[in-house]
Design a protein around this ligand. Structure first.
Ligand code: NI
Ligand code: MN
Length: 220
């Protein structure tokens, strides 16, 4: 699979005919590597309803008829203007044509009344991606170890989410093959050194950290 970092928590994962777009904060994202009109996903994942995550989700979904995966209350909001929404909930799994999508807990506000933020465990043709969304470190992440996560996308920006030290603890619990940091250096408040995080991962875990600049991609 090809994993492309768009910037902030936005990734495009491509595998054959599937193009999966995570947390598509593009138009108002100061570091975004593309325009919202340039991505053509088949599926879109929205971890929660904060502007730096839902971003352009609805506009892109309506243009491409992509399926949106999100949690229930956020899904109800999207369904007002887009039919193709899979609104599951924490702990549940949706079967899909490329594999499956499991909704995992994220400890963070949802951005919508009564809603829940989530992370996603996405099985794409047999390889599992964990996109953490926005979350603090939780002991629940130990549960991810049994999933044999191929690539974990973890926030390191601190202030609103885990910082680098907590993300390192998360890596130790999740034990992914690869980890890519996200949710840093988009704004001054989120300033972090991803290379220092990558070095700590190399020194203290058996996972491999990959630092991508917005626009860069890697085959994993
Ligand atoms: Ni948030
Ligand atoms: Mn955020």
């Amino acid at each position: 699979m090809k994993v492309r970092f768009i910037g902030h928590s936005c990734f495009l994962v491509e595998d054959g005919k599937y193009s999966l777009l995570f947390d598509p904060f593009i138009t108002d994202n100061p570091v975004a590597a593309v325009k919202a009109s340039e991505v053509n996903p088949t599926h879109i994942f929205v971890s929660h309803y904060h502007g730096d995550h839902k971003g352009d989700a609805l506009d892109i979904a309506r243009r491409t008829n992509a399926t949106i995966f999100t949690t229930n209350e956020i899904g109800i909001e999207f369904k007002k203007s887009h039919d193709n929404v899979v609104a599951g909930h924490i702990g549940g799994k949706a079967k899909t044509d490329f594999g499956s999508v499991k909704y995992f807990q994220a400890f963070h506000g949802s951005g919508i009344e009564g809603g829940h933020a989530c992370g996603f465990i996405v099985d794409v043709m047999g390889k599992k991606i964990y996109h953490a969304g926005d979350t603090g470190l939780t002991k629940d992440m130990e549960l991810l170890k049994k999933h044999n996560i191929h690539v974990a996308l973890l926030p390191i920006g601190d202030f609103y989410t885990m910082g680098p030290e907590d993300a390192l603890e998360a890596v130790k619990m999740i034990k992914p093959k690869y980890v890519i940091p996200m949710h840093y250096n988009t704004f001054p408040l989120l300033k972090q050194d991803p290379e220092a995080f990558a070095k700590a991962v190399a020194d203290e875990t058996s996972s491999k950290a990959i630092v991508l600049k917005p626009g860069q991609s890697v085959d994993l």
